[in-house]
Every structure is written in structure tokens, then in C-alpha cells.
Write a protein that binds this ligand. Structure first.
Ligand code: FPP
Length: 242
């Protein structure tokens, strides 16, 4: 694999295709999410190994609440299982976990585990692993604007302070409440779908996009490295010219 200095600093992933993977195997949808969780574990480890600084995954969107109660609660049970089995190793590997989204609205048992995870790994300096949970990009931008207005009204923000891109960025989930998360260099979506689905709309302005037909439960470190290699051959210009 490519030298460390050329791997993208921030990779974001839309983990799609768990349901189709399960259907293909004649299994319940939750079996697909369970297999998806196992794939995610491997990709977190591989990201650390490759020296990627930031990995962000889309685990549960604001729209996912529309799924059946059984599926929704099953995903949160999996989240609890993941934290209970992995927190120790994540911490030992110096991984810092961050959550993007309003995770306090999740069932109490899941929200408590997440609080503990954030607390335990807060000072870690290795891979920053962000999990988007109850996250939607439009809601994130609306929330940022509302908070800017509230801070202006309350005098926490200078009344003359111009609202610019830097200020708005700071009020996003990726903003500096918990330290600034840089914009993703690369966004990967699995399962052959080619859209962003309300994920990091503001932050993806200059991101490279990569799509693969592989269903998320079958996404391996090899496939990940293949996509990263492809990324390294791209020419990023950020609107300018070379
Ligand atoms: C998309 O597949 C996947 C999700 C909505 C859930 C993602 C969850 C995991 C990867 C496992 C759990 C991990 C955590 C951290 C909770 P889909 O169900 O939309 O697949 P489909 O489009 O084939 O139906």
C-alpha cells in the first residue's frame, strides 16, 4: 500500500447494503446489520493501521427512524454490543471516538454507552473515529443557524460578528465544540448507490467520491485499499488550476 503521507487524512463512509446482503442470503435484515458491524470493526482497524487520521461512518440517519421498530431497536442493540465489546481495544489503540448527530435522543442505554465511550477516549491522539448517529446534514445546518442566532441574542456572540463560512462551520457537529474535524478528502459509498443521502453536505464541497458495488457486509480491507489507491491517483484542484 501507498506510503503514509499519501493516504487521505479523512475518509467518510456511507455503509450501505446490509439489508440486500441479508436478503441475498435469506436472512433477517438484522443479520445484515450484524455483519455490517463486523465489517465496520475491520475497517476501523485497517484505518488505524494505514495511518488515516479521521474515519467517519454513517450509522443511523434522521430518516432511519422510519424503519420498523424492530429494526431500529435492533440497530441500537448492535451499537451497544459494539461498544461493550470494542471500547477497551479502541482505547488501547489510542482511538478517539466522536459522535456526529443528536445521540441524546437515542434510547437511554445506547446514549449512556456513547457518553462513556466519548469520556474514556477523549484524550486519545490516534485515529479519530466519528460515528454519525441520528445525523442528517440539513438538520445539522439548520441547528447551526439556530444556535448562531441564539448566541447572538444572548450576547455570547458579538452582534456585529459577520456570519461567514468559518463561523457556520464551527457550529456544525463537525465544528469545534469537540475540536474541529477537517472536511473529508474522500467519501465512499457501498452497494452501487450513487448519492450522498443527506450526509456531510456542507463538508463534502471538495470531497472526492468513490462508489463500489460491494455490499457493506462484504466490504473488506482489500477493497478499502483498492479504493484508497484509486484516490491517490486523482488530481485534486479545489476549484483552482495547476
Ligand atoms: C444501511 O444498509 C445501513 C444502515 C442503515 C445501518 C448501518 C449499521 C451498521 C453498519 C451496523 C451497526 C453499527 C453501528 C455503529 C450501529 P441498509 O439497511 O440501508 O441496506 P439496504 O439498502 O440493502 O436495505
Amino acid at each position: 500500500m501507498a506510503e503514509k503521507e499519501r493516504v487521505p487524512s479523512h475518509v467518510a463512509i456511507i455503509m450501505d447494503g446490509n439489508g440486500r446482503w441479508a436478503a441475498k442470503k435469506g436472512l433477517p435484515r438484522l443479520a445484515g446489520h450484524n455483519a455490517g458491524m463486523l465489517a465496520m470493526k475491520e475497517i476501523v482497524k485497517e484505518s488505524s493501521r494505514l495511518g488515516i487520521n479521521y474515519l467517519t461512518v454513517y450509522a443511523f440517519s434522521t430518516e432511519n427512524w422510519k424503519r420498523s421498530q424492530e429494526e431500529v431497536s435492533g440497530i441500537f442493540r448492535l451499537l451497544i454490543k459494539y461498544v461493550d465489546s470494542e471500547l477497551r481495544e479502541l482505547h488501547e489503540n489510542n482511538v478517539r471516538v466522536r459522535i456526529l448527530g443528536d445521540y441524546r435522543k437515542l434510547p437511554a442505554a445506547a446514549a449512556e454507552r456513547l457518553e462513556k465511550t466519548l469520556e474514556t477516549t477523549r484524550e486519545n491522539t490516534g485515529l479519530c473515529f466519528s460515528i454519525a448517529l441520528n445525523y442528517g446534514s440539513r438538520a445539522e445546518i439548520v441547528r447551526a443557524v439556530s444556535r448562531i442566532c441564539a448566541d447572538k441574542d444572548a450576547g455570547r456572540l458579538d452582534a456585529d460578528r459577520i456570519i461567514d463560512e468559518e463561523l457556520l462551520s464551527r457550529y456544525l457537529y463537525t465544528g469545534d465544540e469537540n475540536g474541529n474535524l477537517p472536511d473529508p478528502d474522500l467519501i465512499i459509498r457501498t452497494s452501487g448507490e450513487e448519492r450522498l443521502s443527506n450526509f456531510l453536505l456542507w463538508q463534502s464541497a471538495y470531497s472526492e467520491l468513490a462508489f463500489t458495488d460491494v455490499l457493506w457486509p462484504e466490504f473488506t480491507p482489500e477493497e478499502y485499499r483498492r479504493i484508497l489507491k484509486q484516490y491517490q491517483n486523482r488530481d485534486r484542484r479545489f476549484g483552482g488550476r495547476k
